[in-house]
Ligand binder design. Structure first.
Ligand code: UD1
Length: 420
């Protein structure tokens, strides 16, 4: 297992390119199951989760050809197995995203039941209830979700009790090939869902209300493969912006978008950052100043994203003043604060609220990544710590950040990867 060694130092500064969105790439790759004609998907990030999704499609018999530019051609016509096996699902919960499209196109799907993970219990009850409302018969047997339908799925009117990103994506992909009209209410509105919906429309799907909490889908008989580039990764963008803010730096991020990051950019401005942006870039300049503490509460889009909470907690740890961070999406997602406190941070945890009193500088310590975004927060903390911080278990980082050490080095950070 690799580790990162990071020597805290001055500000990070410079220019880097932002990769394609992981959370957009995963459902879009799953959507290739919906069509008989090959799909070509570009701007894929080179990440372990993307590799796992491609391995999953291959394991089902799909023909998957990836070129060196991370553009993939997927032909779902060669499918042999309607099963997502335990070995792959256990490494990536998003494997559940093949359930809806497989059931809609082939009338059968077996997906290993995803368990909980470090950040929470993460049930999939809404995915299953929505598919049942569309006529699926679902059993859970020997740890597998076994879903079938008689003929085609039927359009349904379904209200989602909780706003769920994966649930909305699964049901949207099922509904595009269902018979008749489906209405998904209280749907998630994350930009990645808009990206998936745009891709489905490019394949011939009929979807209204894209970007709102009510999606109206008129099922079609079949979809046609198309060429589609996934959107930029807003969480990677936000992570580098926060790293620059915490280190009092100056940064320009290319091939990304500001319009999908509004709640994050507003908090960075409240922290004292000067933000500028153009059509495909965002820049941040702290003018050498220490960030001011900010308070925030996570909630579904367009509110503040849970995937950016840990990074802001790390910035608050070295900010001026006291910030409060409330996590409302996942029950155990403030877990990284214990590692930050080992580095000299002053963070108190009260239920789902972290109260962070900024200190001047953190101190290096060996720390351990517990999940993807928590690991990013440890990298940020290490950049503003005196001494060499060793971040262990970085396989979490490799699931979501493409070439993090190369990009950080390009920004002047002193960071290297070492095998354990
Ligand atoms: C997606 C993102 C993840 C992000 C999260 C919230 C991907 C691959 N992952 O995860 O990075 O942190 O959205 O923005 O896109 N829930 C239920 N029942 C369900 C489904 C969800 O109770 O059937 C709960 C979850 O436990 C959680 C909340 O709803 O508390 C939101 O989860 P959800 O939006 O589904 O997250 P994911 O799609 O797994």
């Amino acid at each position: 297992m690799d580790k990162l060694i990071i020597s805290g130092g001055g500000p990070i500064s410079g220019e880097i390119r932002i990769s394609g969105s992981k959370n957009s790439a995963l459902p879009i790759l799953a959507s290739t199951l919906l069509t008989k004609t090959p799909m070509c998907i570009g701007n894929l990030p080179h990440l372990n989760d993307v590799t796992t999704m491609l391995a999953l499609l291959r394991s089902m018999g799909l023909s998957v050809t990836l070129n060196e530019k991370m553009r993939v051609e997927v032909d779902a016509n060669t499918i042999k197995e309607y099963t997502a096996p335990y070995d792959l699902v256990k490494t990536m919960r998003a494997s559940i995203l093949v359930l809806g499209p497989m059931l809609a196109r082939f009338g059968e799907a077996n997906v290993s039941f995803p368990g909980g993970c470090a950040i929470g219990s993460r049930p999939v009850d809404i995915h299953l209830r929505g598919l049942e409302a569309m006529g699926a018969i679902i059993d859970v047997d020997e740890g597998y979700i076994r879903a079938k339908c008689d003929g085609k799925l039927k359009g349904a009117h379904f209200f989602m009790d909780i706003v769920t990103v994966g649930g909305t994506e699964n049901l949207l992909m099922a509904a595009v090939l269902a018979e008749g009209k489906t209405v998904l209410e209280n749907a998630a509105r994350e930009p990645e869902i808009v990206d998936l919906a745009n891709c489905l429309c490019a394949m011939g799907a009929k979807i209204e209300g894209i970007g709102t909490d009510t999606l109206v889908i008129e099922g079609v008989d079949e979809l046609t493969g198309c060429q589609y580039d996934v959107m930029p990764d807003r969480i990677e963008t936000g992570t580098y912006l926060v790293a620059a803010a915490a280190t009092r730096g100056q940064i320009k991020l290319k091939d990304t978008r500001a319009d999908i990051l509004e709640s994050v950019l507003l908090k960075l401005e409240a922290a004292g950052a000067h933000i500028t942006s153009g059509e495909d870039w965002v820049a941040l300049d702290m003018k050498g100043k220490r960030p001011k503490a900010v308070s925030l509460k996570t909630a579904p889009y367009p509110a503040f994203p849970t995937d950016m909470q840990a990074q802001f907690t790390a910035m608050n740890a070295v900010a001026e003043g006291v910030g409060t961070v409330i996590e409302t999406i996942f029950e155990n997602r403030l877990i990284q604060i214990h590692e930050l406190n080992r580095m000299g941070a002053d963070i108190k945890l009260e239920g789902n609220t972290a109260i962070i009193t900024g200190v001047d500088r953190l101190k290096a310590a060996p720390v351990m990544a517990t999940d993807l975004r928590a690991s990013a927060s440890l990298v940020i903390a290490a950049l503003v710590a005196d001494g060499d911080t060793i971040v262990d278990r970085i396989y979490h980082i490799d699931r979501g950040y493409e070439c993090i050490e190369e990009k950080m080095q390009q920004l002047g950070a002193n960071i290297k990867r070492v095998p354990s």
